[in-house]
Design a protein around this ligand. Sequence first.
Ligand code: HSE
Length: 429
Amino acid sequence: MRDGCVQVGILGLGVVGGGLYQILQGNAEQIQRVAGVGIEVAAACDIDWEHPRDFSVPEALKTTDASGVINDPDIDIIVESIGGISPALDYVTAAIKAGKSVVTPNKEMISKHGEHLLALAAAHGVDIQFEGSVGGVIPILRSLKETLASARIDEIIGIVNGTTNYILTRMSEEGADFAPVLAAAQAEGYAEAEPTDDIEGIDAANKLAILAALAFGQRISVEGIHHEGIAQVTPADIDYASRMGYVIKLLAIGKREGEELELRVHPALLPADHPLAAVRGVFNAIFLRGPECGEVMLYGRGAGALPTGTAVAGDVIDCARNIAHGSRGRAPCTCEGEARLRPMGEVQTSAYVRMQVADQPGVLGQIATVLGSENVSIQSVIQESSRDDVAEIVWVMHRGPERNLQAALRAIQDLAVIKQIPSMIRVVQ
Ligand code: HSE
């Protein structure tokens, strides 16, 4: 504290750190009123002060010396908005050991090292808060920790990656292919130059690990979360899905199944009347279900300087209140165990499968025989008119163990009449 104000050091003045800086400076009066204590930025640390920014930082606050900020005895709260594991994890560890509360929107670090960091923070009697790590401005983690703290949550379905939701929305509205839409999204700044984590579902898996830990009260190993991306989704699939009453979304799904958890990220056909189906563009939403709370959905901007900066500022205010009232470290990890993550083969799924086959007698029968022998039950089948003696058949299978479907698809792939199986997309009801 200095002059009765809580002092904040920001490590990383990129998109989110910059948004936080602007909010703490621009809304200082309101923040002081709601926090009950003044909050000042004492230091802003970045390795690149030449990088153009649309706000200015006084020279007196600028530094490139992260250790100097972490070890400054006047600074009470360290905000880590660098991202990634290194050096963020070292900085956060050092800050906690130096007795500082920490705020971070770093989903990768929290999903992989959250358990250790929460234990370290508890041991040092400080707070660590990470609301901005999932869903940008959406107050989902605080809702789970506070408003829904008494509720049993049985299911989470999230659209937690704005990049992929933006791409799928444009593909669906323009009938465009994945690659050109990704290139356009990169040119417009909606997708990263290196989009692998977003496109392949890794970013969503990190967020699901954090959501599931809080919703189900279990320690989660993110490495155990099955994830698939959206690069294989085509306009043809989106069109078939639409005609059957579905939209295609990249979903992060978490379910309690008895003593086990089912956690997965993959594209899915979602009924067009599901509340998540209306989530377009870069927006995120998280849908929860539980016996006491019923259905709950939270919606908002999942990325961006000011939206995510707002969530980070909320955490800073919470930490500042605890510092002002001497109540730091009152919200330790509440996970009670480490439930088994059900392997994908054991998960019950329903699927949409698109096949290109020779247009000749008996083909449908051959495929149906293989499905039957692997215990996969057909819900519906559509055959479109053929072109060049190749027919396209679209199947929707009833719910059943995923391993049966995978075994059937491997056997069907080997049939001489099969030209190609371009798509298998799970259906969520
Ligand atoms: N890359 C993320 C997304 C934003 O596309 O949603 C930050 O989590």
